[in-house]
Design a protein around this ligand. Sequence first.
Ligand code: GTP
Ligand code: MG
Length: 453
Amino acid sequence: MRDVPELLDAIDLVIARAQGIVPADVLGGAEQLAAEIRDRRGFLGETLVLAIAGGTGTGKSSLVNALAGEIVTSVSVLRPHTDEPFAVVPENPEPAVTVLLDTLDIAYRHEHEAFTRTAILDLPDIDSIADWHRERVEDLIPRVDGVIWLFDPDKYRDPIVHDEFLAQLSEHRSQFIFALNKIDKLRPADLQTVRQDLLDTLAADGYLRPALFALAADPPGIAPRGIELFREHVTERIDTKTVMLRKVIGDSARIVKLIGEAAGVWRGASVDFEASWERVRGEVLTGIGASSTQADREDALCRLEDLTALIAVKSGPLLGEAVRSVADRQAIESVVAELATSATSADVPSDGLWGKLTGAEPAALTDPRAGILDEALGRPLRDILWKRALLAATVTHAAVGAAQLDDRIGNDVLQTPDTADVDHPDGDDATKPDVPMEATSGDGAEISSAEGQ
Ligand SMILES: Nc1nc2c(ncn2[C@@H]2O[C@H](COP(=O)(O)OP(=O)(O)OP(=O)(O)O)[C@@H](O)[C@H]2O)c(=O)[nH]1
Ligand SMILES: [Mg+2]
């Protein structure tokens, strides 16, 4: 299992294949849980995806370069400069990052070693590019882990930015990280005034005590400032995200277990149909020969009924019902009657070489009436059990995938998962992802003030 989005796809498949096998109330609960996981805002891969937004020339591209420690995206005094979205991503990014960039139509991507678990999207400026509408930012916000909104000392009160964007987006406040760039252009005393003024303006927009950093991403002739503190904040967000992801994985594992148990496939899916069917078929064919009595037929009837009853019980309530309806008393009686009428003296079983070699009941292999039994009962039962086997395989895939992901994310994200000891949903691994901590701050929660100097 490569990533959490793939796990969620596996969960969807489990739910789809459980239709008609698992009772509707269990399935409804599982569907709701799965929908809640999908609705969680933020990027569901392991990478922390942050978008940089802000007015033209505020230094968005410069901040990307400062975080990378070298020039990865072009900076210019000519405005607007970046007119195509651009992403800096980790080396060999997880597939979900590529999928996200594809869906966001971000063609320019730069893999950089400085970004081990972070991807930064450098977006075109919002106040001069015609097609950068608020809807586009709004559409982006739930898919990323945060938006870094950049200001500069000259234009930080721009009414377009505050009225058209930030005030309208304040319900997503926990997603925003603000930064005042180009502080090298301010005297220390002015910095405090501007910072307070910006905080007041943001409060009026609906952002109380926001994360606000003071930066100089590309001050002429001197080293950048405030970048380390900013980087620490990003690292904290990565840790918070890891906790959240482990909760998502734990919830996913719970869904799989819920369905696996309800379908009766959690502790192994086999109902041993093939072996039992071969045995009972042999016994029945041997019992109903040309000279069989009423008692022999009764005995055959009972054997077939016992087998289907056993399979029905092992298949769980819904499939059990299906088994009982394709192999009801009437169907069994009619096939036994057909076997009796088509029996000839040639059907007397012989203990041939084939039987000695395979250990199989020779009657079932040589008796042409075996086809009658297979057609009437064997095939319909197999069709039902196939659905169950498919669900079992899907449950195993999802449960093992959840355990692998939990193992990887919980220990070392760069480590290759060792799947050798994970082999079955029976294992404790599948239920392990119960995390001791609650997920990251929920909808509308304030993030604590993390002001840079
Ligand atoms: N004095 C000073 N200038 C900076 C700082 N950061 C960036 N600049 C300059 O501001 C100008 C604009 O920077 P960019 O990084 O291109 O700005 P941008 O937000 O990407 O602009 P668009 O791509 O047009 O949206 C460039 O000339 C930078 O060198 C800073 O901290 N201090
Ligand atoms: Mg730019």
